[in-house]
Design a protein around this ligand. Structure first.
Ligand code: KMT
Ligand code: NI
Length: 191
């Protein structure tokens, strides 16, 4: 089951859940309104056959993944492993991913192993934290302010997908005058 919640204001460790007390859930509909799409785990054999059934263990040959990539034009993919022993300069990178930023293109991630949090700004500029796990795919629209962190398990293996030649450049907030930001804000007003 997908889980997202509004974050508390505490400055404690970014890897902690940072739930409000009491918890304030955010729905799939709320996420869709801000252009965030989230496909939930297909590893569950009881999943209905007409739902998307990605198999995170077979990502190299999974026909469902191939279908999505063909339909969406995700021609590029690579794999990033975020773990103290696997990623050079781990602590700095984890800090860097947690700087609030935007990109000129959609950020598309498919979690192959482990877990993580993606934080996105809602329409009122409040942080929503999205917990992702093995088998989840998430897309963040170009121009949305967001950030990423590992959780307390310190392990995320993710596939990065991209339409065409990848551009990973992040622009830290404030980037309000960027055309991509203006376009994103305009799109929000129409839904
Ligand atoms: C980003 O731009 O926020 C990232 O690429 C995060 C790390 S990829 C799981
Ligand atoms: Ni990003």
């Amino acid at each position: 089951k997908m889980e997202a919640w509004y974050m508390d204001e505490s400055n404690e460790d970014q890897r902690l859940p940072h739930r409000m007390n009491p918890n304030q859930a955010a729905s799939l509909e709320q996420l869709e309104r801000i252009g965030v799409y989230y496909w939930k785990v297909r590893d569950d054999p009881r999943a209905r056959s007409d739902t998307l059934r990605l198999n995170a263990d077979a990502y190299e040959s999974d026909p469902e993944l191939q279908k999505i990539r063909a339909e969406k034009g995700y021609s590029f993919m690579d794999i990033i492993t975020i773990h103290p022993e696997k990623l050079p300069d781990y602590e700095n990178k984890v800090k860097m991913f947690y700087e609030e930023h935007l990109h000129l293109d959609d950020e598309i991630r498919y979690i192959l192993e482990g877990s993580a949090f993606f934080d996105v700004r809602d329409v009122d500029d409040r942080w929503i934290r999205i917990a992702v796990f093995k088998g989840d795919m998430i897309t963040l629209p170009a121009g949305i302010y967001h950030r990423f962190t590992v959780d307390e398990k310190n392990f995320t293996k993710a596939m990065r997908l991209f339409v065409g030649e990848p551009v990973w450049k992040a622009y830290n907030r404030p980037a309000d005058s960027f055309q991509v930001r203006q376009d994103y804000m305009e799109a929000l007003r129409h839904c």
